[in-house]
Design a protein around this ligand. Structure first.
Ligand code: ATP
Ligand code: RIB
Length: 307
């Protein structure tokens, strides 16, 4: 049993920093390289766990070396693993990550691997755990059908639901209506609404459209420009936090989502939870890596309390 249940995947992130990406047929010498833990669901679980949350990940891993990276990470950070299944027929996934050395911005190709094989049956087998959690959070690295089913079940059980609709793909309105909180970034909000997000006014229009399509509250993350909040009554821009020099924005959205879920579970109101999540994410972007860049309870709490 856990207070926060996250449906999602773990993958091994293979991250390269370079001045630019190679074109087809070209080989480039990069600055440096790291192999580390990633996958949006796992990153979000680690973000919440590092803040002290009671959090479990519902996923499948392959029976391989990458799976042992995941198990070591979850043991060290305190993510609960009672809903982690081993799938001997599919490998643990991996992500290619390019990081621009100048801006810290990234481009990613992810192959979710075994995590994509989590099924409706897996969700059903953990119905008891889901129904007694306070928050259920998902992304779109698991199959759309399984994500749909998980959100529906959690919503029917009266559990607060959060969807981070990443990577960017259109989803049906029925799925949006299962979301108490929908947290897309600019690209994902554009994929969901057809509105290109270039400024706060675009974010406001996109958020409003998603509320009309059934989301409870919409929070569009705007990278270094903060976030836009709309719960159907209050709509406002939340200012970004500038904690330090930005070196790697990979996982900023995961830091934000995991911290937001933790803050909600601690009964912050939604706007305070966005501010708390913005502090955590602003710290994560000052460090290289994804899961390993998630800040701890004291550093986020100290900074948040000074604001
Ligand atoms: P990723 O896909 O790289 O994990 P994302 O695109 O899902 O991230 P963003 O919108 O880039 O998510 O960022 C999420 C949050 O992280 C922002 O709302 C903001 O609070 C924080 N953040 C991101 N980039 C910066 C930055 N350059 N400076 C300060 N805060 C940032
Ligand atoms: O959100 C960042 C994550 O997206 C990376 O860790 C990578 O694994 C991809 O899933």
């Amino acid at each position: 049993m856990a207070d926060i249940i996250i449906l999602g995947v773990f993958v091994a992130d293979v991250a390269f920093r370079a001045k630019r990406q190679p074109t087809i047929g070209e080989t480039l010498i990069g600055e440096d390289f790291k192999l580390g833990p990633g996958g949006k669901g796992s990153n979000q679980a680690v973000a919440a766990a590092r803040l002290g949350a009671d959090v479990a990940l519902l996923t499948r891993l392959g029976d391989d070396t990458f799976a042992s990276i995941a198990n070591d990470l979850w043991k060290e950070t305190g993510v609960k693993t009672g809903m982690v299944m081993t799938d001997p027929n599919h490998p643990t996934g991996a992500a290619y990550i390019f990081i621009d050395t100048q801006s810290g911005e990234n481009a990613i190709i992810v192959v979710p691997g075994a995590g994509m094989k989590v099924s409706r049956g897996d969700i059903d087998s953990f119905k008891n755990e889901i129904s007694t959690a306070s928050i259920f959070m998902a992304q779109l690295e698991t199959s759309e059908d399984t994500t749909f089913y998980g959100l529906k079940l959690a919503k029917e059980c009266g559990v607060t639901t959060i969807l981070n609709p990443a990577p960017a793909v259109p989803i049906p309105d029925e799925m949006i209506s299962f979301c108490d909180y929908l947290i897309p970034n600019e690209t994902e909000a554009a994929a969901l609404t057809g509105i290109e997000i270039n400024n706060k006014s675009d974010a406001s229009r996109a958020a409003h459209m998603l509320i009309q399509r059934g989301a409870g509250t919409v929070i569009i993350t705007l990278g270094g420009d903060g976030a836009y909040f709309d719960d159907g009554q209050v709509n406002q821009h939340i200012e970004p936090i500038h904690y330090g020099k930005v070196v790697d924005t990979t996982g900023a959205g995961d830091s934000f989502c995991g911290s937001f879920a933790h803050a909600l579970s601690k009964k912050f109101d939604a706007i305070e939870a966005v501010r708390f999540a913005s502090v955590a994410a602003s710290i994560s972007v000052t460090r290289f890596g994804t899961a390993l860049s998630m800040p701890g309870r004291d550093e986020v709490g100290d900074y948040f309390n000074q604001l």
